[in-house]
Each structure stands twice: as C-alpha cells, then as structure tokens.
Design a protein around this ligand. Sequence first.
Ligand SMILES: Cc1ncc(COP(=O)(O)O)c(C=O)c1O
Length: 392
Amino acid sequence: MTYDFDKAIERHGTDCLKFDQPEKRGRSADLLSLWVADMDFPTAPEITQAIINRTQHGVFGYTEPGPSYFDALDAWCAERYGWHVAAEQVTVTPGVVYALAAAVRAFTQPGDAVVIQQPVYYPFSSVVTENGRALVNAPLVYEGGGYSIDFDELERTIRQAGAKLLILCNPHNPVGRAWAAGELERLGEICLRNGVVVVSDEIHMDFARPGHAHTSFATLSDELVNNSVICTSASKTFNLAGLQVANIVIGDRQKRRAFRNAVSASGYSQGNTLGLVATQAAYEHGGPWLDELKDYLEGNWELLASTLKDRAPQLRLIEAESTYLAWIDCRALGLEGAALERFVEDEAGLWLDCGHIFGKDGDGFIRINIATQRAYLERALDQLCAAIVARR
Ligand SMILES: Cc1ncc(COP(=O)(O)O)c(C=O)c1O
C-alpha cells in the first residue's frame, strides 16, 4: 500500500459537520460519529498538492473550467464507465443537491408530482417539497435481504400522480444497489413513455465493489439519455465535499438550456476556483489512490460483516454493491423511529443516520458510514454489539 488509510487524522476543530458542534444538532459530544457521508481520510496527495500550488498563486478571482478540466472528466468517465462526456454538455454547480433542486425547478411547475424511491437519501424529499412540488414515493421492494424495483408499481404510481420528474439514486444511498443496465433501461423506458424526465444522481459512482460495476444512465440509448440529467462529482470519491463542485451532464440541448436557466435564476455562475482545481487533479491523478482506498474499504466491509455475524446475528447487513454506506436491518431489536435513535445514541454511544429519516420504508434500519480508520470502526462496532448484548 502506498497510502496509509489507518493513520488517524484529527478532524475535531476543523468545523466539520461530522465531528464538530454536535450540540448544535442535539447530540452529545462523546458519541462516535459515523453519520454524514464524507470520509475520515485525507484526499489523494496529488490533489492536495494541486490545491497548494494554486493557493500559492494568491489570486482567487472568478474562474471557469478550461479544456483540460473537461478532458480530465471525459478521460475518467470514458476509461472507467465507457461514458464519453462532451464538454458542451456539462454544467458546473456547487453540488449535486443544488443540481437536484435546479432540475426540480427547471422541469416541473409548482404542484407537479416528482417521484423518488424510498428509502433514499433524505434531501431527495426536501428539494421536492421545499420547492412546492408534490412528493410521490414509489418505494423499493425489500425481499430476501435485498432491494429491487417493482416496475409495474412504478409505472402505476407515475401515471396516477401524473409525475413529471423522477430522481434516481444510482448507485443507491442507502441500500447500496448498483443498478444493472437492464433495470435502468426499464425505468428509463417507463419514464420516457410517460413524459417523466429522469435525474440520475451518480455521486457514488466510483465505489462499485468487487464483482459489481457502475452503469451510468448516460450509457443507455440516445433516446433515454436525451430524457435525462446526469449528476456527478469528485466529491464523494476523493473527499472533496467542502470544495463544492459537481458536474451535471445533459445531452439534450433544450433540457440543458432549461437547467442552465434555473441555475442562473438562482444567482449562481462561476464555480469554486479551488474546487475546480481539485476536481481536475482528482480525475487526472487520483486513480491509484482510489484503487487503494477501495481495497481498504473492502477490509472495513469484511470487519463489519464478520462482527455482526459473530456478535449481533439478529442484525442483517444488506449486501452493498456500491457506496461506503452500510445499511443494516435492525428490526429484530423491535425498535423504531425515535426509540431506535435513542438506543443508538444513549446505549451504543453512536451518531448514525437512523432509517426513518430516509422515509418510512427505512424505519428500523441504521446506516453506518464505514469510510473511516478501521480501528475507529472497530470501536464503534464494539459499542454497538455491547449495547445489543446488554439489552437481552
Ligand atoms: C446520493 C447523494 N447525492 C448527493 C449528495 C450530496 O451531494 P452534494 O454535497 O454535492 O450536494 C450525497 C451526500 O451524501 C448523496 O449521498
């Protein structure tokens, strides 16, 4: 290993969301924190160096990405996913959630129905409701320890609601599915024939686990691609969320114009200078670092699976195909909603995302962010297992 992912980095005192100011979010300061989806690892050294180099220049005026930025993005996506990204199709935004909200405003009117598939990343709901649109849930099916899409039900729901937009999580946070091409095609065709634009959030695309692959919605047929908005970013992959850059790819010219109008109407134009530098360096030089990171995360997945199997067999770890987020069925504990939250915090001493915040279909589950030093994960799992044993 070239990179030392075991090395603990003190994040307290950096004003980070994950560890600092827990009181502000109603949490006790001594909880072990494994909630928000960023990582406890420093980014690739080549990225940090690129930021240092740019910082030393000292002038941080308005910046727009140049050809080498788009070449780097295209090379990354083409090499890893067979997806050629044309520069003119890309709009830079300050984040993926920002882009989801812009897409809601661009492709729907107040009161229109927008479909999501819960349990799902909770801002999918807020960007719909906070923009005055109607939230419609077409829940995933949980069966035999895995998740799938009920396509007939999805189409019925879309028709009944007269939906205009669907926000897809690909790969899916929190259930960990890396959707197969066939599934994406079926979903895409349903949306196409019912006049529903697909927004595919692919922010976790680089985390497909061994034996699985990321299929970008952008690699489907032209017809389906032209009915879509693809959201990607180097932020999850390289731990750059605080630098606020996302790349939104829209093949269809009219949709691109509508999306850009919505972005512009919100008052946003140029991207974050250091975020653009970091993103380009990530796509140019970050491959070897990412490959080692993913090997390390596999070790964390193994630790999690074996610990639960040996010490908390009543919990069921959903087999993740992608992401660094573990989704665990805790319903055997007989705790839901606030009661599960209290158990996690007061008895296990952990700060996690409990399932009900992902929609009622997630109640009784917990999500653990495993992108941390193994020793920290081990401590957290010890606390969780001890708390479960103590309940008996
Ligand atoms: C599916 C998904 N989309 C978007 C985001 C956040 O993206 P951004 O910080 O670019 O708004 C997250 C972060 O956890 C996520 O899991």
